[in-house]
Write a protein that binds this ligand. Structure first.
Ligand SMILES: NC(=O)c1ccc[n+]([C@@H]2O[C@H](COP(=O)([O-])OP(=O)(O)OC[C@H]3O[C@@H](n4cnc5c(N)ncnc54)[C@H](OP(=O)(O)O)[C@@H]3O)[C@@H](O)[C@H]2O)c1
Length: 338
């Protein structure tokens, strides 16, 4: 097992979740944080007891005591900084979506390959025992032949507090922010049902309400997946729909209330999957997690850093999801962010 010294590239909301995760992890330590302004980096470092704080991302990447970099900027900056981190010889955990487009994701992957470093898109839900149990249930035929999936991830953000979400230059909108989880989940269900490693939809159609600035405020999408599994997905940054995933099979259905933003987030705990047979009473399946979501993610990178890719989130997996997002955005008239 590799012990990783982490450098955090940006000091925003998710960087704080991840910093707390590294603190709880078994194989990671917080070595440094970089922010665009030195005082912001210093405040963040004081909050998490991080030994070094840099007032630029370049200085963070130049630190020889940093083994792995967590890229936690808005989406539009992921490409530039993930490539810069790889060029600096650092292993990279980059927030989702890896980039704005599949073509850009290919460039980041090439940089990781060229520099022989680890790279993973931070879809932390994929590593959680709840997700693994869902996959096992589907693959073992617990609900028979899978026919349909319905999944939603949305929230009603305050535009003043979350400027990045309204700004097309930063890759704003719901599809890239939370719709990416829905496409990832729907594809995962089809992967589990068909036994294929990485699948992509044969057909993608979508609709959205676009804001005056041109980003999708809420959006829906229909996917035809391998095995003739039909997925209905919706997402939004100005929408309050119940988050969840329902998988419908010939002999029953599965329901997970929070498939992506899994609770408890920052502590060990128990979450639930509900299996309802076509005939019979619902059964609550409890899933125990021995670590918080972000601690698990940090340790997962430490486990697989030598392989350069994590088995649950390979580069092929990221590219397939990014191509699906390209098609969804195109279908709703949000062709190229920024
Ligand atoms: N995996 C998850 O569960 C999850 C959850 C939430 C978000 N995310 C992802 O994490 C990324 C960041 O989201 P967040 O919610 O943490 O956003 P946030 O709170 O707005 O933080 C973004 C950080 O990026 C830095 N930044 C650099 N250039 C910027 C610019 N031009 N405009 C604004 N900020 C800039 C800022 O850091 P400094 O000023 O400190 O340098 C800021 O603190 C997004 O890609 C999002 O998709 C993932």
């Amino acid at each position: 097992m590799t012990e990783l010294r982490w450098g955090l590239l940006a000091a925003g909301t998710i960087a704080a979740h991840f910093a707390a995760g590294v603190e709880e992890s078994r194989h990671g330590t917080l070595a440094a944080v970089g922010a665009r302004k030195a005082d912001r980096a210093r405040d963040f470092a004081a909050r998490f007891d991080i030994p070094k704080a840099y007032g630029s991302y370049e200085d963070l990447l130049a630190d020889p005591d940093v083994d792995a970099v967590y890229v936690a900027t808005p989406h539009a900056l992921h490409k530039e900084w993930a490539i810069a981190a790889a060029e600096a010889g650092k292993h990279v955990l980059c927030e989702k979506p890896l980039t704005l487009t599949a073509a850009d994701a290919g460039e980041v992957i090439e940089a990781a390959r060229r520099n022989d470093v680890f790279l993973m898109e931070a879809f932390m839900y994929r590593l959680h025992p709840q997700t693994r149990r869902l996959v096992e249930l589907i693959a073992s035929g617990a609900i028979g032949e899978v026919r349909a999936v319905d999944t939603t991830f949305s929230f009603d953000s305050n535009p003043e507090e979350t400027a990045r979400l309204s700004d097309p230059a930063l890759g704003g909108g719901g599809i890239l922010d939370v719709g990416c989880y829905c496409t990832s989940l729907a594809r995962l269900v089809a992967q589990a049902a068909t036994g294929q490693d990485v699948v992509e939809p044969a057909e993608v159609s979508g609709m959205a309400r676009l804001s005056a600035s041109g980003v999708d405020e809420y959006a829906t999408c229909l996917l035809r997946l391998p095995g003739d599994i039909l997925a209905t997905i919706s997402c939004g940054i100005r929408l309050t729909r119940e988050d969840g995933i329902r998988v419908f099979g010939s002999r029953g259905q599965l329901y997970v209330p929070r498939p992506a933003w899994i609770h408890p987030l920052r502590a060990p705990g128990v979450s639930e999957i509900i299996l309802t047979p076509a005939e019979g009473e619902p059964e609550v399946i409890e899933v125990e997690a021995t670590q918080g979501v972000f601690a698990r993610e940090a340790d997962h990178v430490a486990t697989h850093v030598g392989d350069r890719q994590a088995p649950e989130l390979t580069w092929a997996e990221t590219l397939a999801n990014m191509r699906t997002l390209d098609r969804w955005r195109e279908a709703v008239g949000y062709g190229h962010p920024s």
